[in-house]
Design a protein around this ligand. Structure first.
Ligand code: LLP
Length: 428
């Protein structure tokens, strides 16, 4: 499945030319492929078809309303982490009854909002939070459906900033204390102990940490089912994607040629490894993928402004940067950089950098990339997850526009910010 490919000498998203989009809408520009979103959702959903399950897309990865609407239309549930994300899901036509609300720092306002909207479950990160939710639910005359998040103390073997399942991380309740937490919570009023949740980290490229966590926690889920009648077990998100292939296309023939450690986790490989353990539980299994669904579905298009030849390096200065795609600066994230005009074969070792006044503002350093020059368009591949959602207006750059392509049609799903938008909420 190639949603991003060269055709007639120019990069396309499905049937639409990226150069035409850049001409019409300007740069920097995020472009998403509806076909890739559908493909990833469907593949994961199908891989788990043997068991009672629900894919609850992690909204934090890409929360554009049109993306949420597309996924809601496929039957997706949603994993949210703030009142703002719940608001987005509702505005996009999603069902709060298919939403789980995670996160270590929920406020009273957010808890009230989620309960009033009929959230499926609040995933609770501490006993203190459970007591507070019980109190808030009581004040509203409601019962709060909750699940505790267990921290299984399993090493996800991913970047330290996106590893969450070790006891030194702030997330969840220690595996050793979790039964006591349920016991105490069962004595609190206004709570319905509905499930159990875990999430060990993001961008996992090997199946083994998932297997270790599922096998460790499944007996606990079974016990909670028999003791408290819980109905679901959420195994979190975290399935890694390919960032290193030029067009990060999802072409499985390419994957299978790669060494084991760089192969992405296919949905089938993931399901085959954990379904046998999960199916014995007789619980509804929730999956919370974000990156797997959105990552390869988007690119960031930018234009090269200048080429600066230093004594030791060549810098290609482009019109986007860390303020619009922070992953290279924050997680040493790798995004392939390709010219929008099909490359001829010439390659240069360069730093691709943005306009921000920080040395951390780079997309790559000393990387061989297909040559491009001032005036040329480039694409940062696999930027559909944790791209636009983490963008800021640092240095007072307006936020980019977002386009959703579906077949031959392209729709602006978020307008480019203007200078007036930048200062709209401020007063002199
Ligand atoms: N569930 C929970 C409780 C999470 O905390 C996360 C991600 C997910 C699901 C979805 O994980 P995914 O399937 O996308 O790996 N900004 C970072 C990633 C942060 C992930 C935070 N939590 C990055 O760009 O790599």
């Amino acid at each position: 499945m190639h949603s991003f490919h060269y055709s007639n000498g120019s990069l396309h998203c499905e049937g639409v030319s990226i150069a035409d989009l850049a001409e019409e809408h300007g740069t920097p520009l995020y472009v998403y492929s509806a076909e890739t979103f559908r493909d990833r959702f469907t593949r994961l959903d199908t891989a788990f078809s043997a068991i009672d399950h629900e894919v609850a897309y992690a909204v934090k990865a890409n929360s554009n309303l049109s993306v949420l609407k597309l996924l809601a239309g496929l039957g997706s549930g949603f994993d949210i982490v703030s009142g703002g994300e719940l608001y987005r899901v509702i505005k996009a036509g999603g069902d709060p009854g298919k939403c789980t609300f995670a996160g270590v720092g929920k406020t009273r306002t957010e808890i009230e909002y989620a309960l009033q909207e009929g959230i499926y479950s609040i995933n609770v990160e501490s006993e203190e939070e459970a007591a507070f939710i019980s109190q808030v639910a009581g004040e509203l005359g409601l019962t709060a459906p909750i699940a505790f998040r267990v921290n299984p103390n399993v090493d996800a073997k991913t970047h330290k900033y996106i590893s969450t399942g070790k006891s030194e991380n702030k997330f969840g309740i220690d595996f050793e204390s979790i039964l006591d937490a349920y016991e105490r919570a069962s004595k609190l009023p206004n709570l319905n102990l509905k499930g159990l949740q875990m999430h060990i980290g993001s961008q996992l490229t090997s199946v083994s940490p998932f297997v270790e966590a599922v096998e460790k926690v499944a007996p606990l889920a079974a016990q909670l089912k028999s003791d408290y009648g819980i109905e679901f077990f959420s195994i979190g998100g975290g399935i890694g994607i390919i960032y290193e292939e030029a067009l990060a296309s999802g072409d499985e023939s390419w994957w299978t040629d790669q060494p084991e450690e760089t192969r992405p986790l296919t949905p089938d490989k993931y399901a085959a490894a954990i379904v046998p353990t999960l199916e014995t539980l007789g619980l509804k299994i929730l999956l919370e993928p974000g990156r797997f669904i959105a990552g390869n579905a988007g690119i960031l298009v930018s234009r090269c402004l200048y080429e600066k030849k230093g004594t030791t390096k060549t810098f290609k200065i482009v019109d986007s940067g860390m303020h619009q795609l922070i992953r290279p600066a924050l997680y040493e994230g790798h995004h392939e950089i390709v010219p929008v005009a099909e490359p001829s074969g010439a390659v240069e070792s360069v730093d691709v950098v943005g306009p921000i006044c920080e040395s951390g503002d780079f997309f790559c350093q000393n990387r061989p990339v297909a040559s491009f020059f001032p005036g040329d368009l480039i694409a940062l591949m696999s930027a559909g997850a944790y791209g636009m959602v983490m963008a800021s207006t640092y240095n007072s750059h307006p936020l980019p526009a977002e386009i959703l392509v579906d077949g031959d049609r392209a729709k602006v799903v978020r307008k480019r910010q203007t200078f007036d938008d930048l200062i709209e909420a401020e007063e002199v």
